[in-house]
Write a protein that binds this ligand. Sequence first.
Ligand code: TXA
Ligand code: MG
Length: 327
Amino acid sequence: MTAPSAAEIARAAALLRSGGLVAFPTETVYGLGADARNPEAVARIFAVKGRPQNHPVIVHIPQMDHLRYWAREVSPLALALARAFWPGPLTLILARARGVGDAVTGGQDSVGLRVPSHPVAQALLRAFAGEESGRRFDGIAAPSANRFGRISPTTAEHVRADLGSDVDMVLDGGACEVGIESTIVDCSHGAPVLLRPGRISADDIAGVAGVMPLAATRAATRAPGTLESHYAPRHPLRLVRTADWEKALAQTPGRRAVLALREQPKGDPSVRWIRMPQDPTRYGHDLYANLRALDACDCEVIVVEAPPDGLRWEGIRDRLTRAAAGG
Ligand code: TXA
Ligand code: MG
């Protein structure tokens, strides 16, 4: 596996402490990191991404006991979810502690927190945390390391292609294992609310919480992941149900690129056809890299075969539905 050296991790942590921006791998997607306690550094994230300032960002912490610096109350539900899924691809929304700045919360009374499992993210978080000249460093704010509204990066190459020299350093940890952004569960109002589906499914949450998470209502969240046009490739993306597949393809002549669960039939004229894995875990791992590859080819439209029903596919259906809405 690709892994930065100890010296590179130390340089990245020092950059963050001095207000710089460092892109780093997590098990979900690459994050664009800044010192979560430094409002100017966090403001730079928004400027580089071209993201509205009032959107909250996730604060990444090295381990669960850092929750006390960020959350004023950790309910038994939140604690159970953290114990079950951290380190891992789950973000918890909790009531924010005193002194947690508006820069990371978007002015809301809650804060999003996650302990990532990726060894490079872990090494960076640990190297960053600590005291220096009377200042405490204990969390890295990081949205996905892409321009606002575009596809999240799952390799260091994607980050460089998107952000270029706007980022001070990119830590290369190879391709992200999960491949789609973390599951977000709001625990700040009692019953769990699923704000964004991901690899950890509603079923997985229910297995720990004892109840199915509620679906998010549009008004209840300011998450940009809930904007319809998020995660969009440059070319229009058409999401087609399996039952309508042949007809829809016949009605989409011209230079089309295809992402499908099935093989390309002999004689099919698509400029590029990528066959996806039948399993949601492997599908998620490949999704964004393949969408980027199709987006980069000489096509006019990307036609995607809708993935199957079922809770394990919910995160993938969610991203594809948004990508289709954004075209
Ligand atoms: O997998 C991930 O979550 C990646 C990696 C880098 O950790 N990060 C990520 O960040 O996807 P971002 O900013 O692209 O999406 C985070 C989502 C946003 O939709 C944001 O609005 C939501 O989390 N969020 C963060 N804090 C929140 C809060 N206090 N209340 C509601 N939503 C919040
Ligand atoms: Mg994002």
